[in-house]
Design a protein around this ligand. Structure first.
Ligand SMILES: [Mg+2]
Length: 436
């Protein structure tokens, strides 16, 4: 029997809602996390009343660009993602490396906007076809997607209204995530609490906060505490000089699964890579398709950390996976502070990747809020089961959305600025792209 072709559904409404979620005082090379992390929730509604949702890092500049794109997108068929992407390129141009910025997080517009629209469209396509998003990416290669414990140096404090204060009623991981994490001993305590709660079987430390020896000592303390079977990673966020990267990289060789962005730029990364025997990973020197040719020419890294928010969506991330396969790069995943809509998208992508040899990054344990009706995702043995419902498999909790939007309006933040937050604690502190 011949089936007739159908068009649509078409985008009828686009709702863009900035939210602020509680975030503890986590330290990184760019400074200090604010008491709230910003996210933007996008909801598309079709002419036949189907809703699709997505979540991206929040900043007023990208929110404004999303608002600018509404008129271009109304009436578009949600299946026509190639056309939608081209319309957005025509409006915003392709992103440049300068737009990405020197901070650990990416500030480019097009990749964020298209990621937001694509994920929401694929949520709708999944609902229309009755298939989970992983099936729209070619189907799942695994039922559970493994994540790594993501340790942060931090001041004592819970974030949100409590700021540097703590909730005395908190127990378990909720209590541990309020604790100070500055010394090697405190980092081991943080790691044990996180791994006990979530079952993680790999551990990453966000470095670039203290002089290198202190961070190397923390890695050896973790190695001592967890033994050789738990893979360890350190991410100094490109803040080390070339000679520092080589010196401390050599010290870390016996205990690291990989070293992430020890130094800044593809040329320096390639030099460190030639000097070390352990793999190098990046979400800072090879961050776009335009960076790939030079990455291959120089041999800048062994592992690229994908991120569908920064690489322009889920299908672009699958393209990246193909490039990595061709050129012998490993692939894993980068993360920022996020809620369950982003996590669902990360899990669908993680399940579809042809090869997954490294547990993915997630900040999710550091968040306490949620914006999906099912509540917070559960982790078993460090992994998240791939949702089996159509689309993303999560639904927007509209009461939580309203509450978290009110947080956004009340907190006064409009973009991430870790330097400003750090200056509140250490007056005069400034971000340096290379410090040690
Ligand atoms: Mg990184």
């Amino acid at each position: 029997m011949l089936m007739s072709l159908k068009t649509g559904p078409r985008i009828k409404e686009i709702h863009i809602t900035p939210i602020a979620i509680v975030d503890p005082p986590l330290l990184n090379a760019a400074g200090l996390h604010a008491p709230y992390a910003l996210r933007t929730i996008v909801e598309l509604v079709t002419d036949d009343g189907i809703s699709g949702i997505s979540e991206i890092p929040g900043t007023s500049a990208i929110d404004a660009a999303l608002h600018d794109s509404i008129a271009l997108l109304i009436g578009k068929d949600v299946f026509q993602l190639n056309e939608i992407r081209q319309v957005l390129i025509n409006r915003f141009g392709t992103d440049t490396a300068a737009e990405r910025g020197e901070t650990p997080w990416d500030q480019r517009k097009l990749v964020h906007i298209f990621s937001a629209i694509e994920v929401a469209c694929m949520d709708i396509i999944g609902k229309v076809t009755g298939r989970p998003i992983v099936d729209l990416l070619g189907g799942k290669m695994r039922d559970r997607v493994p994540f790594a414990a993501y340790l942060f140096y931090k001041y004592g404090g819970a974030g949100g209204e409590l700021g540097f204060g703590t909730d005395p009623a908190a127990t378990g991981w909720a209590a541990a995530r309020q604790a100070s994490g500055l010394t090697p001993v405190e980092m081991v305590t943080q790691a044990k609490a996180m791994c006990t709660e979530f079952g993680f079987q790999s551990i990453k430390l966000k470095g670039g906060v203290f002089e290198p020896q202190q961070e190397v000592d923390a890695m050896f303390a973790l190695h001592e505490a967890f033994g050789p079977d738990i893979p360890l990673r350190l991410d100094p966020n490109a803040i080390w000089k070339l000679e520092t990267g080589i010196k401390y990289g050599r010290q870390l060789e016996p205990i690291l699964e990989y070293l992430e962005d020890p130094v800044r730029g593809q040329e320096n990364m390639a030099k460190v890579r030639q000097a070390l025997t352990i793999p190098l990973a990046t979400n800072m020197c090879t961050t776009s398709f335009g960076d790939i040719p030079n990455s291959i020419r120089l041999g800048a890294e062994d592992i690229i950390l994908s991120d569908h928010h920064f690489w322009g969506g889920l299908r672009a991330s699958m393209t990246l996976a193909g490039i990595c396969e061709t050129f012998g790069r490993g692939l894993s995943m980068h993360s920022n502070s996020h809620l369950g809509i982003s996590l669902a998208a990360m899990v669908h992508l993680g399940a579809a990747l042809p090869h997954l040899t490294y547990a993915l990054d997630t900040h999710y344990p550091w968040q306490s809020d949620e914006i999906i009706t099912a509540g917070r995702f559960t982790f078993e043995e460090g992994a998240v089961a791939v949702p089996t419902e159509p689309g993303l498999g999560v639904e927007l909790d509209r009461i939580a959305l309203a509450r978290l939007h009110q947080n956004y309006l009340s907190c006064g933040l409009t973009k991430r600025d870790d330097q400003v937050e750090m200056q509140k604690v250490q007056p005069g502190w400034t971000f340096q792209s290379v410090r040690w």
